[in-house]
Design a binder for this molecule. Sequence first.
Ligand code: SF4
Length: 131
Amino acid sequence: MWRDRAKCRDGDNTLFFDPDREAEAKAFCVGCPVMADCLSAARANNEPGVWGGTTEEERKRRRQASRGWTKGRPMTAHEERCLKALNGAEQREEARRLFVSGVTQSSMARALGITQSGISKWLRKQEKADG
Ligand code: SF4
C-alpha cells in the first residue's frame, strides 16, 4: 500500500493539519515517493489538511477552476525553478501537483518552452497512472 512508502509515515502528522504550518508541511512533501497517490486520495476523499504537497484550499480552488468557476494562477519564481530542475516522471508529477495547487497549464508550458497541449497530455497521463 502506498502509505507504507510515505515519507511522513513515522513522523508527527499534526504538521499536515496545522493551518499555521502549511508551508512547512508542503516543503516536507517535496521528494515523497508517493506524492501522486497521496494527492489522488485527498482529492477522492475530500480530505482536510496538506496532502501530496497541496493545501485543502489549493485543491478546492483547482476543483472550482476545472468547473470553470475561477481562473488559475501563474507559477511563482520558486515553483518555476523547481519544475525546471526536474526531469521525466518527476517533472510530470510536479506539474500535476502545481496544476492541482492552481497553476495554469499555459504558465507551465511557457516556463518549459513546450506547448499547452503537451502539458495537457502530461496531466492526463499522470491522472490515468494514478487511477
Ligand atoms: S505527499 Fe506529503 S502528506 Fe502525502 S504521503 Fe508524502 S509526505 Fe505524507
